[in-house]
Design a protein around this ligand. Sequence first.
Ligand SMILES: *Cc1c(COP(=O)(O)O)cnc(C)c1O
Length: 404
Amino acid sequence: MLDIQKIRDDFPILSEKVNGKPLVYFDNGATSQKPQIVIDAIATYYQEINANIHRGVHTLSQLATDAYEISRVKIQHHINAKFSHEVLFTSGTTHGINLVTNGFASILKPGDEVIVSSLEHHSNIVPWQMLCEKTGATLKVIPMNEDGELIMDAFDALLSEKTKVVTVNHISNALGIINPIKYIIEKAHVVGAAVLIDGAQAVPHLKPDVQDLDCDFYAFSGHKMCGPTGTGILYGKEDWLNKLPPYQGGGEMIKEVTFEKTTYADLPHKFEAGTPNIAGGIVLGTAVDYLNNIGFHNIQKQEEKLLEHATKRLLEIEGLKIYGTGKNKASVVSFNIDGIHPYDIGSIIDKLGIAVRTGHHCAQPIMNFFCIPGTIRASFSFYNTIEEIDIMVEAVKKAKTMLS
Ligand SMILES: *Cc1c(COP(=O)(O)O)cnc(C)c1O
């Protein structure tokens, strides 16, 4: 069993007060908090080895380059990629997805089809819409049921030789539903489509194995998994990364430049133009180490307990409805109370020190499906406690009384 108190001591912000009350942080789906070891590693980088990478012959530049590349290899092993050059540093999930859609602009033709799911975050909808507009391809959507689960029969029916790309999130940020991505990847490959998995909500809870999944791309952000903001990873299979054109032009991504012609650098540098977030990339490795030291098995056990307790306690409240009632779920509870706007509940419990998210969670199509303006979303991390959930439940009850 995890010693949660000891783990909480790793996160200085968790002992802060907000509005005069001890902070109860349940907005982990938007961004996680950072352990001291991650905060310290940022300062250490700037204090001890700050230099630009991949260019200098001088010692500091070598040290910074080594640390950056060691982090890449660490992340390669973490997600079980075959090669370290399949691991691209990005500024986050959004950047990773746009890198891929930009590449497909030179591949897709009118009449081709792209399949997304009705559970996607806007950042895995809009870039594909833009791509379809540019290329004349058609966007198809996997529908969902009342439990917030994707309907696999409908997905099967959408697939054809016209399907060129299928993209779906591993875990829904708005509802916490874990999607059957292995099935989706396998079926998509039968018709020869490439598959991108948006792993932004998965990586804080589990260790994805990209070779076992056999996905073609897997995008995630560092800041939702205890790492710094402005960091992320795009995994891409070597073949696909060789096939796609570069995303941005600039320094670092070239082999040779003349005014007649430029040749591009080998992977991964072809996709890493300009000076990257060096400190961030290195410290993302620190965050991955931190999570692995705790162990994803332990993280999942703690989060399952929190999810179960929160679901049970919240359902004691009359008129409360949970969205995303499918079986396979991560530690996210999205809910509303009859006749009360989610924003009003969120504001009242904020005054009591409780941070939840209210609104559409960048997934308006899901809210449209349920005909609601939004939900209150409490998303739990391994450093949250049963006591904190009880504090939230009491606060929600109080808000309900005040508002009805
Ligand atoms: C947060 C999130 C994103 C966007 O991540 P950024 O870090 O803002 O780029 C995309 N998809 C899902 C499922 C998310 O939860």
